[in-house]
Design a protein around this ligand. Structure first.
Ligand code: FES
Length: 260
């Protein structure tokens, strides 16, 4: 049988919503997007979650709130709520459970905003939209009848299947493209940055994809043009990519460009 639900309103945020009977005020606040400090993880030993239950009929909010609409007072609350505060309606939010409509004031000391101690796992929806996405592309090799270039064939396939148009590729990736396509028997995994530039091509279908955090800054080069300095947070190395009239020499044995 479905549980009864009651209207709970938190002040000063005015967040409101229906909450199942028997839900404690901390859980109710989470459900309604209000964070009440719960340093002890609702073990009733920190006293940080002290809130005030308002008494009376509140026309503005359309509810009648009463202290009797919360569960019974418990022994643990005496440690943190003085008799005077008790008279004003203060309760520990981890103790008081919803048993009727409630208007709850959350004092500044009890507002978290920085820290949430959650006892149960929750589903959080995250929109997945990484800057670099990988696509597997299978193309047909060139023939006398259809002698288009390797890059053009990949672009045509990405446009047809993934809607990616006007793609660029840097010369370093472009240089490797013919070899990688043939190694993968015309099937390659292509990494595309911001749906705009091909930044990596690997033979075959590659499903491992690891995130990386980099800071990029631009500085003038001694040789004219400019260079992007990529600070790779995972390896703590600085890689530089120079643009302008000069290219960096490529070190085949290392698989990198030597900028020294
Ligand atoms: S969360 Fe610590 S006493 Fe309520």
């Amino acid at each position: 049988m479905d549980k009864k639900q009651y209207m709970v309103i938190f002040q000063p945020s005015s967040r409101r919503g229906l909450v199942d009977e028997g839900t404690n005020l901390i859980e109710a606040s989470r459900q309604l997007g209000v964070d009440i400090e719960a340093l002890c993880g609702e073990k009733k030993v920190c006293g940080k979650c002290k809130v005030r239950i308002e008494e009376g009929s509140f026309e503005k909010f359309g509810i009648t709130s009463s202290r009797s609409h919360a569960s019974e007072w418990q022994e643990e609350e005496n440690k943190f709520v003085t008799p005077a505060q008790k008279k004003e309606g203060f309760r520990l939010a981890c103790v008081a459970k919803v048993q009727g409509d409630l208007l709850v004031f959350v004092p500044e000391e009890a507002r978290a905003g920085k820290q949430i101690v959650s006892k149960a796992a929750r589903d959080i929806h995250i929109d997945w939209n990484p800057a670099v996405k990988q696509y597997y592309v299978q193309v047909v090799g060139p023939t006398f009848e259809e002698p288009s270039g390797d890059f053009e064939r990949i672009c045509a396939e990405l446009e047809r299947n993934c809607g990616l148009k006007n793609l660029n590729i840097d010369w370093y990736t472009l240089r490797k493209l013919p070899r990688r396509q043939r190694d993968g028997n015309w099937g390659v995994t292509v990494a595309v940055w911001m749906d705009h530039e091909i930044v990596r091509v690997l033979p075959g279908k590659v499903e491992d994809c690891y995130g990386n955090c980099s800071r990029v800054f631009v500085q003038p080069s001694n040789h004219g043009g400019h260079q992007d300095c990529v600070h790779d947070e995972s390896t703590m190395q600085v890689r530089r990519r120079r643009h302008g009239p000069y290219h960096l020499p490529y070190d085949e044995s290392q698989g990198t460009r030597n900028h020294e």
